[in-house]
Write a protein that binds this ligand. Structure first.
Ligand code: FAD
Length: 183
């Protein structure tokens, strides 16, 4: 390969006028095109359990086992996690859309809300995955806090996840039956 090929790759130049100004609303809409699952984050114990729907959840590290959830500083959950130092993550099953709306402050469905305690944290009954986490680190990031959690214990079962895309709840469709990547 010549130096020219390395320094002058044949990449077409795209129009560089942004399609949108970077406003909160434009960012929310654009990032809503990144498909996610839906979790309910829980903390507390006994009669003092607090839950909140979150999709800004991701894996971080396998060794040590770390996950991350990004919580708005205005959400009650932010201070509750800081106080308790522990939180639970329930990755929702596709049938749990009503529960996800409930814990987002939307249409309430108290009859469908059932907590179970596992690994010393409250979790939502019927979820696909339960993670019991201890706060490993918390980082202020703009109007959110990134709560990195060390996964102390986990429970996982088969089933279809609830999916969130462009502000609406979806279910997964498998396009091609292939060998799963790394599973
Ligand atoms: P509240 O608004 O007071 O509580 C949330 C709801 O949960 C209330 O209706 C409350 O009644 C109910 N609830 C709480 N505890 C219990 C209990 N023990 N028993 C029964 N009901 C209870 N926000 C983020 O900061 N980060 C995200 O990643 C995020 N992702 C989201 C993804 C989706 C799909 C949706 C719909 C919303 C998301 N939100 C996210 C917004 C967030 O869920 C709401 O702003 C939520 O209302 C904030 O909760 P809160 O801690 O302030 O408590």
């Amino acid at each position: 390969m010549t130096d020219e090929a390395v320094t002058r790759p044949n990449i077409p130049i795209a129009p560089d006028t942004p399609s949108h100004a970077v406003t909160g609303q434009a960012l929310r809409k654009a990032l809503g095109r990144f498909v996610s699952g839906v979790t309910v984050i829980t903390t507390g114990s006994g009669d003092d359990v607090h839950g909140m729907t979150a999709n800004a959840f991701t894996s971080v590290s396998l060794d040590p086992p770390l996950v991350l959830v990004s919580i708005a500083t205005r959400a009650k959950m932010d201070a509750r996690i800081a106080e308790n130092g522990r939180y639970g993550v329930s990755i929702l099953h596709r049938e749990q859309e009503p529960v996800s709306l409930h814990f987002a402050g939307g249409k309430p469905c108290p009859d469908k809300v059932r907590f179970v305690e596992r690994g010393g944290v409250p979790l939502l009954d019927g979820a696909l995955v339960h993670l019991a986490c201890s706060v490993y680190d918390s980082h202020a990031a703009g109007d959110h806090t990134l709560h990195v959690g060390q996964v102390d214990e986990l429970w996982s079962q088969h089933g279809d996840p609830l999916v969130f895309f462009t502000g609406t709840f979806r279910a997964l469709e498998i396009v091609r039956e292939e060998q799963p990547w790394g599973f």
